[in-house]
Every structure is written in C-alpha cells, then in structure tokens.
Design a protein around this ligand. Structure first.
Ligand SMILES: [Fe+2]
Length: 157
C-alpha cells in the first residue's frame, strides 16, 4: 500500500499540528542539517529535519517515492531545475505544506539566520534517492544513493 500526495500532505499537516510528537527530535545544536526518523513502516516514512543557515541538499529526486513537507519553523527555499534558465525559487515558510510525486526534482536549502524545522513524509518509504551534479562540461549527472546517506551538494568529478 502507498499513500498518495493528498494523503501524505494530510499526514504531515496532522503531525505538524502535534508538536509533542516530534519536538524532542528537533536539534539546534549543530551546523549540519539534522534529520531524525519519526516513523517508518511498509507504507510511509516520516522525518523531522532541523536546518541551519547554509544547509543545502543539492538537486535530488526521491526515486519511486512521492512526498510531502510541512514547514513548522522558519523558512526553506525550494529550487526547481529549469532547462536553459535560472532555477525557479519557491519560499516555504512556517505553516506551509507542499507535496510532490516521484518525478519531482528539487533542491532544498536554508538561507536565513533563524533555524528552520520541517516534517517530511515519503511513500513508498524512501529507499534510494538520486543526487544530481553538473560536470565541468555542463552535462547533468545522476548518482543513486541510499536514503541513509545525507543529501548534500554533489561536487562535479
Ligand atoms: Fe527532497
């Protein structure tokens, strides 16, 4: 069984409204992006991520998973790749939720002084992800990585 985008959005919205379930997993004591798994079963996995200034996932996809994100503190920037143009930037502030399907490629980063916290749900549960980099000649490259590896900008070889 998998959850669709609307169900994933409902799930992160519900969890965001119950901070007693995830407040203890928020970690503001590190300069690195801090992620904690709140739940994982055969249908969905849920993560609590704390972002500090400069944290950056690089462009990536979620392989076969759809996802939803609820920003519960601060602000995150999402960028979408646009062929032949500058990336499209979307600002997601506390209280906002967004969702995407498995075809979605994006980069999430945090550029504010104040930390951000977000709740993420993926279905089917994340197993592999694709991390994108640009070669020196401008060609795009995808590397399959485990969900357990931390996403960060991939430097071209
Ligand atoms: Fe993502």
């Amino acid at each position: 069984m998998t959850l669709d985008r609307a169900e994933l959005r409902d799930l992160v919205t519900q969890i965001a409204a119950e901070p007693e379930r995830w407040r203890d997993l928020v970690c503001h004591d590190t300069a690195e992006r801090h992620f904690e798994q709140l739940w994982r079963d055969d249908t969905v996995d849920v993560w609590v991520i704390t972002w500090t200034n400069g944290n950056d996932t690089g462009f990536h996809d979620h392989d076969v998973s759809s996802g939803a994100v609820a920003v519960v503190e601060g602000e995150l920037i999402e960028e979408r790749l646009v062929m032949g143009g500058a990336p499209r930037r979307l600002h997601h502030v506390a209280g906002e939720t967004f969702d995407f399907d498995a075809s979605h490629v994006h980069r999430m980063h945090q550029d504010c002084a104040a930390p951000a916290v977000s709740i993420h749900a993926y279905s089917p549960p994340l197993w592999r992800m694709g991390a994108y980099s640009v070669e020196p000649d401008g060609t795009l490259r995808r590397e399959s990585i485990s969900y357990a590896e931390e996403l960060r900008p991939v430097v071209a070889a």
